[in-house]
Structure formats: C-alpha cells, structure tokens
Design a protein around this ligand. Structure first.
Ligand SMILES: CC(C)(COP(=O)(O)OP(=O)(O)OC[C@H]1O[C@@H](n2cnc3c(N)ncnc32)[C@H](O)[C@@H]1OP(=O)(O)O)[C@@H](O)C(=O)NCCC(=O)NCCS
Length: 399
C-alpha cells in the first residue's frame, strides 16, 4: 500500500481536502482515538476544526501533511512551527491520524518520516508529542523517539472514561536546508532580538541591516513583509529563485550569487588585528563605501564580531565581520581590503580568526559571494570553503 500512497504538504486547503481531512478525523474519533474530541462528533464539528487548521497553516504557524491514495486522503499529521520566542528550534507533532481502513500498511510511518523531514527543513531540531494510543507509542518508539513518561488520567476518551498520555521527544540532527533560506532562519532563532516580524515575513531592524526573510516565498509573505517597510525602502532577500512580486513591491536588482560553506578547513586563531567597535564605525563605513562588499548600517556591527587591520598611520585597510547567525551556522561578511593594501595577505588571517571563533561556538561558517568574483573565491577555497549552491539575491523596493 505505501507504494500507492503519497505524502504531500498543504499550504492552503481546498474544499475537497477539507472534506477528506474531516472524514479521517471523524473516523478516528468514532474508532475511540483520544484526539481532543468527544462522541458524538459531527462532520460539521470536524470541518470547523479543519477550517481553523487551514487558517493557521496559511499564517505559517503549522505545517500540515496529508497521505493520499487513489481514494483520497487516508492520513494526516501536523507540526506546530509557531513556538514561543525562546524555543524557535522546537516543533510539536500533533493530530497524527490514519483512517481505520488504511492502518497497519505503513502510512503512519510514512507520515512521521515526512513530518520529521519537514520539521528539519523548517529549522527544527527538537520535536515533542504526546499520545494516548498504544499503536502510536509502538510507531514512535520504532522510529527512534525517546519516551519521557506517563501523565495518568490526562484526558477523556471520546466515549468517556479517563486515559493516560505518554510524552515523547526526538532530537533531530541539524540540516543544512536552513541555508536555503538563511535570513528567515537567522531572524527566528539566534538573531530574534534584532528582528521585526509580521505573519510570514521578518526583517532586521533598519539600523542593523536591509536583509529580510520570508517563511515561504509566497505573495502572502511578501505582502506581510510590505507592512514592515517604509514606502520607498529597499530590502535585500535571499531565496531559491525569482520571486513572484505582488504590486506592493518593485524589483530593483536581482541575480544569482554563490553561497559557500566551510567544509573542514583549518580555522586558526591569529594575531595582528584589532577588534572593531563603536568608535570605529565611521572608518568601517568609509572602507565599505570604497570597496562595496555589502550594506553597512549604523548598527550592522552588532550582528557579530568585526575585525580589522590598521596601517602604522592608523588607517583601517582591511576588515571582515560576522553577519547572519543561525542555530548551527554563522555567516562571514563585509570581507574587504583597501585597494592600496591588496596582495598583502591581510584578508585570510582575519577570516581564519572569525572562522576559529565560529567553530569554537559549535557552528559552521558560511558566506555569500558574487559568482564571477574569482579572486575572492580563490581565497575562500584556500580557507576550506566550497560552493554549496547558487542562491537568488534580490533587492526590492516598497511601492
Ligand atoms: C497511530 C496510528 C497513526 C498508526 O498509523 P498506521 O498507519 O497504522 O501506522 P503503521 O502502518 O506505520 O504502523 C502500524 C503497525 O502496522 C505494521 N505494518 C506496517 N506496514 C505493514 C504491512 N505492510 N503489513 C503488515 N503490517 C504492517 C507496523 O509494523 C505497525 O505494527 P505494530 O503496531 O505491531 O507496531 C493509527 O493507529 C491511528 O490513526 N490511530 C488513531 C489516532 C491516534 O491515536 N493517533 C495518535 C495521536 S498521537
């Protein structure tokens, strides 16, 4: 049976999908599953529940997966993505349901596998669930979940009578899929304190960076982002590919650039550099203006460590810094040296020091570079970076 079953993530609900999901839930409640509802449970109640789920899915708060065969939807599971600010890495697995007629054919296992893959792709590294079903307990334990313990008399069974619930958790290995959407993942995790969020969109505070991210590259997310921008303001986005812009945005510039990740180079701790602080911001801005490595705002340097080299006369001639910070990755950025100081080997040691600090935090360094910038890429390759992928960079202006 699993051969004919496909699991798919839904981002909105059609009428047919709503009916199919409602039927699965009604069947499970009728079968005695303790999944929030009491008998008698009507189709209307079920549909009202799924309509709410559909709205929550559209708001990006949860991922909804369905298992479908020739006859339509036979199973479903959700991962609740929206969590308190201090738990961006956690997801809750909920409403894992398979119609009675489709059980014991591996559909539950397929759904669980897909839920874990989806959660990882959304940057989740910890999943939690609880269940009142012995069938489900065996499934979760078979799939590597850790059993925490039982709360007795936790809920009512649909036909009445108390049942226990058993809590499980699962630690997911981090995935590099978060690097496909790095700004969003930085803004909802390590750099949440620098973020402005609305619905499916987030941006850094304007005095920090013009970088912005979308949970998904949808028109709704871009409209959400518009509420975070002033008219005429330009924001910088990184995405899989070209964006379908609604009328509230105008594309200023867009192209593919390369994303490089450190793959086991030898980061060293070096000397001969200075830590750049608040008093250096004017010099940093001047070097950025001259060499154009990327945007530099009044508080960009708050994003991480910035290191520089000054000539004997005090002039700042090279600098490198840290920009995006994710749970398991940190970006190196603002790599630049004064035209007079090029060829003196100033850049590599600064980067090695930054890489050493990132690795010491248990994270992996990554960076972005123009595809055709062969001289910079040669330096990065020597330091152990390889191109992970081409990523689409766009500057868009709020209309
Ligand atoms: C829990 C639940 C989702 C499991 O779904 P499922 O599709 O039956 O799950 P699977 O088919 O992957 O596994 C169930 C069993 O079938 C077995 N199985 C899987 N494929 C099989 C096959 N081709 N042939 C024979 N047996 C098979 C599995 O080994 C497993 O055996 P076990 O129960 O003895 O350990 C389902 O029972 C359900 O919806 N219950 C009601 C709702 C509920 O309580 N959900 C849990 C909320 S947390």
């Amino acid at each position: 049976m699993p051969d004919q079953i496909k699991v798919r993530r839904l981002f909105s609900l059609t009428d047919a999908e709503l009916q199919g999901l409602s039927a699965v839930l009604c069947d499970c409640v009728e079968g005695g599953a303790s999944v929030s509802f009491m008998q008698p449970f009507s189709a209307d109640q079920s549909q009202a529940f799924w309509r709410n789920v559909g709205e929550s899915v559209a708001r990006g708060e949860r991922a909804l997966l369905v298992a479908e065969g020739a006859a339509g939807i036979v199973g479903t599971v959700q991962v609740v993505l929206g969590q308190p600010d201090n738990q961006p890495h956690r997801g809750d697995v909920s409403k894992m349901l398979v119609s009675r007629s489709a059980r014991r054919h591996g559909v539950g296992a397929l759904l669980m596998e897909a839920a874990e893959t989806t959660a990882r792709a959304c940057g989740k590294t910890l999943l939690v669930l609880d269940t009142a079903s012995a069938d489900a307990e065996r499934l979760y334990e078979r799939m590597g979940w850790t059993r925490l313990g039982v709360i007795p008399g936790y809920a009512l069974l649909p036909q009445g009578g108390l049942c226990d619930t058993t809590y499980y958790y699962r630690i997911l290995p981090p995935t590099d899929a978060v690097l496909d959407n790095p700004v969003w993942h930085a803004l909802i995790s390590a750099q949440r304190g620098m973020a402005q969020l609305h619905g499916l969109a987030a941006r850094f505070r304007p005095d920090i960076s013009p970088l912005a991210g979308l949970r998904e590259p949808t028109v709704q997310a871009l409209e959400d982002l518009r509420t975070l921008a002033r008219p005429g303001e330009q924001l910088w986005l990184l995405s899989d590919g070209p964006l379908d812009l609604p009328p509230c945005w105008r594309e200023v510039r867009a192209r593919f650039i390369d994303q490089m990740v450190s793959t086991g180079g030898r980061p060293r701790r070096v000397s001969g550099f200075v830590e750049l602080g608040e008093n250096d911001v004017a010099d940093m801005a001047a070097l950025v203006e001259l060499t154009k490595p990327g945007p530099f705002e009044a508080h960009t340097r708050d994003m991480g460590a910035y290191l520089g080299v000054r000539d004997p006369d005090g002039r700042l001639v090279a600098m490198s810094g840290q920009r995006m910070n994710l749970m398991h990755y940190r970006e190196i950025s603002a790599v630049c040296s004064h035209p007079d100081a090029r060829g003196r080997g100033l850049t590599a040691p600064l980067m090695e020091e930054l890489m050493g600090r990132i690795v010491a935090e248990g994270k992996t360094p990554f960076l972005h570079v123009k595809t055709e910038n062969d001289s910079a890429k040669a330096v990065y390759r020597k330091l152990g970076f390889t191109v992970r992928r081409a990523i689409y960079f766009s500057i868009i202006e709020a209309v």
